[in-house]
Design a protein. Structure first.
Lengths: 130, 297
């Protein structure tokens, strides 16, 4: 498991851990059944407080990513397909919102946007054919 | 007495002559966590640790330590490791003598663990106590505590006089110790940077009283640092400026988070570090003066 904490990032440490572990699970980098370090071992390795790592794991467990075994550690749960879909949907929405904001600043309208999107889809299809 | 507490002080008072060294001090640490005891020199940190250890009598209140009321049974000593800012061992002893002298006092003494720890810490068994640097003496005291299998480590100013590498090593040693859920650490310091990361709980002491105690994140959330021009932080109703500092270019103070909203938009409001909280609370006058005595009027 790879966790890199930033001291200058605005996000609290527990959130940085939660997001990095969550992303690794969604991307398949951490497979179903993988063991995660215990909250206490992770706190030691990252030189942070136990309360912080406990909070990160508690939230990951609440969102269905991991299960924790008291006194042992934690492991990655099978990915719930509805959960994955939900996360991906959010990524699509975030990406489109960014595109929309840029389009507004650039004075592009709805038709321009749809043309660009169609163009991107076509280009991707041609790439897969080749 | 509940056993899920490493220790608890309840209404503890201790007098020196007619002056109070500690006044109505109450705080507790759940088993399995690390707490930082923060305050300026003379705030009462060492007195609190001495009271916890039963090295100093208290005049009021009570202290619970690992499920016993202090002074507890004499074998309670087994469970507690003490790391002071000065070595309490005789300078001419070699580290093999340290073991020979201490072993009889601790039925659970583990000689193999002692030698293994000294080896891990890079300390020669043949060295004399007086030849060790500050960092090494601290590690020796930790090795002693871990060799008699203490469950609670009390550090008095462990990081003062330590270089950054040794301080980082100490954070690692504490983290390692705490991988056992039955272990706890209390750590007095005026260097708060170490606690910004590894501290679970924080207790702020000032003039022999507890100013604030609780989970570190809650304490950080409870205050804001505010900065403004020379005129910006004056005459505010309902906002207590804690440890306000005024200069010709501006003013800075600590405020309670719920009061920060009452400040005008020209004031910069930021989350504090533990150091900023400690500095401002430490700078607070013992007897709060009305705000109009500031230079903002």
């Amino acid at each position: 498991m790879r966790v890199v904490l930033s001291n200058s990032a605005g996000a609290p440490l527990y959130q940085q851990i939660k997001e990095q572990v969550g992303t690794a699970i969604l991307s398949g980098e951490l497979a179903e059944g993988s063991a995660l370090p215990s909250v206490r071992a992770l706190a030691r390795d990252l030189r942070i407080s136990i309360i912080t790592t406990t909070r990160a794991y508690t939230e990951l467990a609440a969102e269905g990513f991991i299960a924790t075994v008291p006194g042992k550690g934690a492991y990655v749960l099978p990915l719930d397909s509805a959960l994955v879909r939900e996360q991906l949907l959010r990524q699509v929405e975030d990406g489109l919102q960014t595109a929309l904001d840029a389009a507004r600043r650039g004075g592009l309208d709805r038709d321009d946007l749809i043309r660009i999107l169609d163009g991107l889809i076509q280009a991707e299809q041609q790439e897969t054919i080749q | 007495m509940s056993s899920d507490l490493a220790f608890a002080l309840r209404g503890v008072g201790a007098a020196v002559g007619r002056k109070f060294a500690l006044r109505d001090v109450s705080f507790e640490l759940p088993t399995g966590y690390v707490m930082g005891l923060i305050g300026a020199n003379g705030a009462g940190k060492t007195t609190i640790i001495r009271c916890l250890l039963g090295m100093r009598e208290i005049d009021t209140g009570e202290i619970e330590l690992l499920g016993h009321r202090v002074p507890g049974p004499s074998d309670l000593r087994q469970d507690i490791g003490v790391v002071l800012d000065h070595a309490f061992l005789v300078g001419d002893w070699r580290l093999t003598d340290v073991e020979r002298v201490l072993r009889p006092f601790y039925p659970r003494w583990d000689g193999a663990r002692y030698r293994q720890l000294l080896d891990e810490f890079g300390i020669e068994l043949r060295a004399k106590v007086k030849e060790l640097s500050r960092g090494m003496s601290m590690k020796l005291m930790i090795a002693v505590a871990l060799s008699h299998q203490a469950r609670l480590l009390l550090f008095d100013e462990p990081t003062s006089g330590l270089d950054p590498v040794a301080r980082d090593e100490l954070a690692g040693i504490i983290g390692d110790f705490l991988t056992d859920e039955g272990h706890s650490v209390l750590f007095s310091t005026h260097i708060t940077a170490d606690l910004d990361r590894i501290g679970d709980y924080v207790t702020l002491v000032h003039n022999g009283r507890v100013v604030r105690t609780g989970a570190k994140d809650e304490i950080l959330d409870a205050y804001r640092v505010v900065r403004g021009g020379p005129e910006d932080l004056g005459g505010l109703v309902g906002v207590e400026l804690i440890g306000a500092r005024h200069t010709s270019t501006g003013a800075q103070a600590l405020v309670r988070t719920e009061e920060a909203d009452l400040l005008g938009g020209r004031v910069l409001v930021e989350a504090p570090t533990l150091e900023e909280i400690a500095v401002h609370i430490g700078a607070r006058a013992p007897h709060p003066k009305p705000l109009s005595t500031g230079r903002t009027a």
